[in-house]
Design a protein around this ligand. Structure first.
Ligand code: HEC
Length: 278
């Protein structure tokens, strides 16, 4: 479509279309290069479910047990998390808050000093309150499942999504020993089918870089571990915007209201219009 051929549009609008075109083009350049999940390829898709309280509660529990030692959630308050996740305050403080001097109104500022941890890990573990907004939930969900053993690294592990990450694989005991393996995969012909030799056998070639967990080496199987990371990521999405579930629920009511309102004003318009043609 040629923009000049749209004669009926005024110039302002054409300029606007042109700018929109540029924005679209620039966005496309950005997404074509590398991709945020690096060596992992495309990030795995993540669909949050912020009304699933059981999932959020399990995620909070995993976070406080395995992550809070290093990472703070400094823009959230303990009491708000307990209320939003519908955990009774006594149960929450009894089971998930390990420092007994903490009060519900306190911020979740973490327990590790930034200077000490920067010394230990090379970089201080970042605050994770807004991490789902910065990196995106797909990224986090992929990152936490993409650790593999690599003896050349300081902690003996590396990560496909974040190569050279300074964070140790803190969930290794649950996941088990994940390694990069090579596999024989079928060669794909031009027509999209598998290539076969003259005897009808599938032709394969070796491809490397697949993640595989040594069977039985972790406390959880793959499905359970993925579920654990799902809940954990879901919790981080909640923490990134506690009002998100409410906002999305309200959105439907607002659209519903607009529909009714439009219908009513259309009727009213018709009623007024009758007077013109009397
Ligand atoms: C032993 C300390 C430690 C623990 C425990 C820990 N982390 Fe980390 N984490 C780090 C450090 C250090 C970094 C910085 C890595 C880097 O930038 O190279 C990091 C980085 C991250 C990042 C990437 C942030 C970014 O954008 O760069 C995420 C996400 C994350 N951690 C999530 C978690 C989760 C979820 C848990 C709990 C399962 C956890 N971490 C437990 C030390 C820790």
């Amino acid at each position: 479509m040629n923009i000049r051929s749209l004669k009926f549009l005024d110039n302002k609008f054409k300029q606007y279309l042109f700018l929109l075109g540029i924005v679209f083009f620039v966005n496309n350049i950005d997404s074509a290069e590398g991709g945020p999940c690096k060596d992992y390829g495309d990030c795995d898709e993540f669909k949050y479910s912020l009304n699933d309280m059981a999932s959020l509660q399990r995620g909070a529990s995993t976070f406080l047990n395995y992550c809070y030692g290093c990472h703070s959630l400094q823009y959230s308050r303990w009491g708000r998390v307990a209320t939003d996740l519908q955990i009774p305050e006594e149960i929450f403080f009894e089971n998930l808050v390990f420092d007994k001097t903490i009060k519900p109104g306190d911020l979740m500022i973490g327990s590790m000093s930034k200077e000490k941890s920067a010394e230990w890990f090379g970089v201080a573990p970042p605050d994770l309150t807004l991490i789902s907004r910065v990196r995106g939930d797909d990224w986090i969900y992929s990152y936490l499942r993409a650790y593999y053993e690599d003896s050349s690294k300081q902690y003996g592990v590396n990560n496909l999504v974040y190569p050279g990450t300074a964070m140790p694989n803190v969930l290794a005991a649950l996941q088990g020993a994940q390694k990069l393996v090579c596999k024989d995969v079928p060669v794909i012909a031009k027509n999209g089918g598998e290539k076969r030799d003259d005897y009808g056998n599938t032709i394969t070639k070796q491809k490397c870089g697949y993640l595989e967990v040594d069977e039985g080496s972790g406390e959880l199987n793959k499905e359970q571990f993925d579920k654990l990371i799902y809940d954990l990521t879901n919790f981080l999405v909640y923490v990134g915007e506690p009002a998100k579930a409410t906002r999305e629920r309200m959105g439907w009511y607002v659209i519903f209201y607009f529909l009714i309102f439009t219908a009513l004003s259309a009727l009213l318009y018709r009623e007024y219009h009758k007077d013109y043609y009397k």
